[in-house]
Design a protein around this ligand. Structure first.
Ligand code: C5P
Length: 232
């Protein structure tokens, strides 16, 4: 896998036209296009199908969490779009097993969302959990293993511990990436691209540092260079 294959750009823009413009500007400097909730409800599913038909890797960040029947059917529909990756909340094995049934024999890779990178310890307390983000991420990473998911979404701060606790045979996809000197925004557990790769992340998810850059192509390229250096 090349360094640019490891860069996932979050297409967090209001319309498919703006997403297409962003894709054109980033070009070969990224390997995967992530369509999240904002775009999914504004023509994003059709965009996912179109991009997949063109041979692009599409990540549908639907963060599914519902009763098993619904998760299974939704996953089957997302697999039928030709998507390469899908997120499902990894709170329990029942939900994850439903997604595995839903993807059937497709190539869709299933990623468990452990703890959103915007949440810190006080947010988890509010949700009724006494665990720290690091403890809850590890707990859920273990569930993902039991369920047979392909990987997890986790911040760079937890990547090394997950790798150590649950082995090498699965993907760690890391959002909350901020190149040195950029704004964290609403993210609580951020890390630079180089440090996240060094911590064991396989893929980096980057949104605003690229989408809000004056030159998204150059911003992506500089992250790819940082990934390259970290891999050496
Ligand atoms: O703009 P920014 O780089 O913060 O975007 C991060 C992207 O990763 C967003 O699309 C967000 O929904 C997604 N994400 C996240 N934390 C997770 C899972 C997904 O930030 N745990």
């Amino acid at each position: 896998m090349s360094a640019s294959d490891r860069l996932i750009v979050a297409l967090d823009v209001p319309t498919p036209d703006e997403a297409a413009e962003l894709i054109a500007r980033v070009g070969d400097n990224a390997g995967v296009w992530k369509i999240g909730l904002e775009l999914l409800f504004a023509g994003g599913a059709e965009l996912a199908r179109r991009l997949s038909d063109q041979g692009q890797n599409v990540f549908v960040d639907a963060k599914l969490l519902d009763i098993p029947h619904t998760v299974e059917r939704a996953t089957a529909n997302i697999a039928a779009l030709g998507a390469a990756f899908l997120t499902v909340h990894g709170h329990d094995i029942k939900t994850m097993e439903a997604a595995i049934r839903g993807r059937g024999s497709s190539d869709l890779k299933l990623l468990a969302v452990t703890v959103l990178t915007s949440l810190d310890k006080s947010d988890l307390e509010q949700q009724g959990s006494a665990m720290t983000p690091a403890e809850l991420v590890l707990h859920r990473a273990q569930l993902r293993r039991e369920a047979g998911f392909d990987g997890v979404i986790a911040s760079g701060h937890e990547a090394a511990a997950i790798r150590e606790a649950t082995g090498d045979d699965f993907l760690i996809v890391t959002p909350g990436i901020r190149p040195a000197g950029t704004d964290a925004g609403d993210q609580a557990r951020v890390m630079t691209p180089a440090r996240a790769i060094a911590a064991g992340a396989d893929y980096l998810v980057v949104g605003r540092p690229i989408t809000q850059a004056e030159d998204p192509g150059a911003a992506a390229l500089s992250i790819v260079k940082e990934i390259e250096q970290a891999l050496v």
